[in-house]
Design a protein around this ligand. Structure first.
Ligand SMILES: Cc1cc2nc3c(=O)[nH]c(=O)nc-3n(C[C@H](O)[C@H](O)[C@H](O)COP(=O)(O)OP(=O)(O)OC[C@H]3O[C@@H](n4cnc5c(N)ncnc54)[C@H](O)[C@@H]3O)c2cc1C
Ligand code: FES
Length: 265
């Protein structure tokens, strides 16, 4: 009998790491590794389902960093290590890794937008020669909101990294304070046809960060963004995420910015 692709399957939670007051990272057992930038539909029976990006990939597991914001995420946050979580997927297109090869790559992440790019950063940490240069630009609201501090410290040792907080709250010992957009000009860009820019974060952060790179001369075609949209089926059937001719779940969530700008509700 053919398998129903809408039927979630049980997966074991191996480990839970508390990241901030709102976010925890759940390590979940999986059989096959997803592509970088894909997402799963995560569900709890009788509660509901939500799309969640992959924030880490390893042998037999994936990490998902989940913000406790509503019905399903609250239920997931009440799970323990060894609990069972239900997954469908992985879905979506993922990052165009082949197109990044040999380029000067800049990865700009705002807030929890760092989660979907974390596997990308781990990939380049292990394979730094795959790109010509990698610059990192991270922005968080306050020092308490910084995700993956230890990873950021490790990435800093290999890549030029700017870490900024909007509000230092009197406790921030880092060098940069202010919106991520203010620091785009601090990155020394290469010739524009050698650049690839990845921007992930809240829609307003994507919009203004992309505008800064464009102001510096980078074209929309050289900017890649990952878009979050309310979803239902996750596999191009229900039309819930459809904007003009694009299904965000199927054609995305990763888009070139010249396409993404057309996908505004
Ligand atoms: C491709 C993709 C990847 C994602 N990756 C992640 C990830 O890695 N980590 C993560 O934490 N989240 C991620 N999200 C967001 C996540 O899917 C949502 O936050 C999720 O729906 C929360 O579900 P919930 O039931 O817990 O919250 P809900 O109860 O659905 O509420 C979530 C938020 O939306 C608001 N809301 C509720 N209903 C509506 C409505 N009808 N219209 C507008 N707003 C509403 C609520 O007030 C609340 O702020 C991703 C989304 C997409 C599309
Ligand atoms: S979520 Fe159903 S078509 Fe995209």
């Amino acid at each position: 009998m053919r398998e129903n692709p809408m039927m979630p399957k049980p997966h074991k939670v191996i480990k839970i790491d508390l990241e901030t007051d709102l976010e925890s990272t759940f390590r979940i057992e999986v059989d096959t590794p997803p592509a970088l930038g894909q997402f799963y539909m995560v569900s709890i029976p009788r509660i509901g389902e939500m799309p969640i990006s992959i924030s880490g990939i390893g042998p037999g597991w994936v990490d998902m960093t989940i913000r406790n914001v509503g019905k399903v995420s609250r239920a997931v946050h009440s799970l323990n290590e060894k609990s069972i979580l239900f997954l469908r997927g992985p879905y979506g297109n993922g990052f165009p890794m082949d197109e990044f090869k040999g380029r000067h790559l800049v990865i700009a992440a705002g807030g929890s937008g760092i989660a979907p790019v974390r596997p990308l950063l781990e990939h380049y940490y292990r394979n730094p020669d795959e790109v010509d240069k990698l610059d990192l630009l991270f922005g968080f609201k306050t020092p308490d909101d910084i995700l993956f501090r230890q990873d950021i410290d490790r990435w800093k040792s290999r890549f030029d990294t700017i870490l900024t907080v909007d509000d230092a709250c009197g406790i921030w010992e880092g060098e940069c304070v202010g919106l991520i957009t203010e620091y785009v000009k601090n990155i020394k860009l290469s010739e524009y046809d050698k650049m690839e820019i990845v921007i992930v974060g809240p829609p307003v952060m994507i919009k203004f960060t992309a505008a800064e790179f464009i102001r510096q001369g980078v074209s929309e075609e050289r900017i890649v963004v990952s878009m979050e949209r309310r979803m239902s089926c996750g596999l191009g059937k229900c039309g819930h995420c459809k904007i003009s001719e694009y299904y965000i779940c199927l054609d995305g969530p990763v888009f070139r910015y010249n396409e993404a700008v057309k996908l505004v509700d």
